[in-house]
Design a protein around this ligand. Structure first.
Ligand code: FAD
Length: 407
């Protein structure tokens, strides 16, 4: 049995970020990952907004920099596959709004592997192919049991993704709601923008669908309610997009995964324990992205672990500093969860159609005062929409808070 300062459950972006933070400050750090390889298997749309991600500490460093708003990419080993500075939002069938966010599509397995390399360079030990099955208090520390061995640590950080086993093992409340994401990677580049489809009339159980261009292929996926038939909806969605004649051999890969959708879990710490990323429900529940939020929340948990070691205190009060710090960041703002509820549970397909027809051709990330007034006047003369004007403002507010933090 080995004793570590910090032990991290899960070798995804959240865990690797937490580990890099603690190892850089000289703490002995072990990451336990149940799969035998980092980044595989993986379910991800691989689309990220640049603004936050590239400014985060612990991001994989490539020689590219945001320079005069242009990313200069390295030819080799770059996890960035395509710079996509155009986004389209299809609201129903009548309107296509645009956005002007800096976004990229990435090679996610490579991204995670580069993060792992960085973590190892900082001194992190990686234990692959070992599943954590129990976490219990022992001698003022936590004892972590895997299928083959046991370890002890002053602090454990649960970064085990949406399954949130560590949260359950520690007696905390896990996320209460999930959505299902399914995706085909299909040959050929079928779009030049990050496309988001909100069409509740055609797809009743679908929250939204996406089509993201990669270097040589396209990621096409849907987020749906778990009780639906995800693959059937995805097939319908591909036909709807008009990507005709997609034969089985053109589908490079099919992927599926769950995403927490109930917002941050209420308590994200215990004695000697913190939980970050998907496991803590820390996803963007409008777009369901979580890479940037994971890296950031992992870093915050790591920083709390460093401070705890400086003063030698690992109790709940000390660990609660992590949650206090994360509350300062927009991704924990309750407005995002309110916007999620309204957008996906309250708005009808017809509401979306009407809204789409009003904003057709507009850049919805920078509405002028004139356009805002125009929207209000349109709502004023549309009794059904007027009732929902307050709701629409919450969705708009939640959207603007969440958009940098990722899809
Ligand atoms: C279909 C789909 C599309 C998505 N698209 C995007 C997107 O385009 N952009 C975006 O930002 N986000 C996207 N996301 C969300 C994003 O993938 C997650 O938010 C992100 O991976 C969270 O990182 P994490 O490190 O918290 O969890 P994960 O990446 O899930 O990593 C957790 C790790 O813990 C390991 N683990 C679990 N249990 C144990 C255990 N008991 N013992 C040891 N190891 C364990 C797992 O094997 C895994 O490697 C998507 C998700 C899905 C499902």
């Amino acid at each position: 049995m080995a004793v570590y300062n910090v032990l991290i459950v899960g070798g995804g972006p959240t865990g690797l970020s937490a580990a890099t933070t603690t190892a850089k400050q000289g703490l002995t750090t072990l990451v336990i990952e149940e799969h035998t390889e980092i980044g595989k298997p993986l379910a991800c749309g691989e689309g990220v907004s640049v603004e936050k991600l590239f400014s985060l500490e612990n991001m994989p460093k490539i020689d590219s920099q945001i320079n005069n708003q242009i990313l200069r990419l390295q030819r080799h080993e770059s996890f960035v596959e395509r710079i996509v500075n155009a986004q389209r939002f299809f609201f129903g069938t009548k309107g296509v709004a645009t956005a002007s966010m800096k976004t990229v599509t990435i090679n996610r397995p490579l991204f995670d592997q580069i993060m792992a390399k960085q973590a190892q360079n900082a001194g992190v030990e990686l234990l692959l192919g070992a599943q954590v099955i129990a976490i219990n208090p022992k001698n003022g520390r936590l004892e972590i049991r895997t299928t083959n061995e046991s370890h002890e640590a002053n602090i454990v950080i649960g970064c085990d993704g949406p399954s949130a086993h560590s949260v359950r093992m520690m007696g905390l409340q896990p996320p209460t709601e999930y959505v299902q994401g399914v995706e085909y990677k299909i040959q050929g580049v079928h779009t030049d923008a990050l496309d988001f489809y909100f069409n509740f009339n055609c797809f009743k159980k679908m929250h939204y669908g996406w089509s993201f261009p990669k270097k040589n292929h396209t990621n096409v996926g849907v987020v749906v309610e778990p009780a639906s038939k995800p693959m059937k909806i995805l097939d319908q969605f591909i036909r709807y997009l008009g990507y005709k004649n997609i034969k089985d051999e053109e589908i490079i890969q099919k992927i599926a995964g769950i995403i927490p959708a109930s917002g941050p879990i209420p308590k994200r710490y215990r004695n000697n324990f913190m939980v970050a990323g998907d496991a803590a429900g820390l996803t963007n529940s409008i777009f369901y992205g979580g890479i940037s939020i994971g890296i950031h929340s992992g870093m915050l948990a790591g920083q709390t672990a460093v401070k705890a070691h400086e003063i030698g205190k690992f109790d709940e009060q000390q660990m609660s500093e992590y949650q206090k710090n994360s509350q300062l960041h927009p991704y924990t703002d309750p407005i995002i969860q309110q916007a999620h509820e309204i957008l996906y549970n309250k708005f009808s397909g017809d509401d979306i159609e009407t809204f789409g027809s009003w904003v057709d051709g507009w850049d919805i990330t920078s509405l002028s005062m004139f356009r805002k007034v125009r929207l209000f006047l349109k709502a004023l003369f549309s009794p059904s929409m007027l009732k929902k004007f307050g709701d629409a403002r919450i969705v708009a507010h939640g959207f603007s808070k969440s958009r940098d933090w990722g899809f």
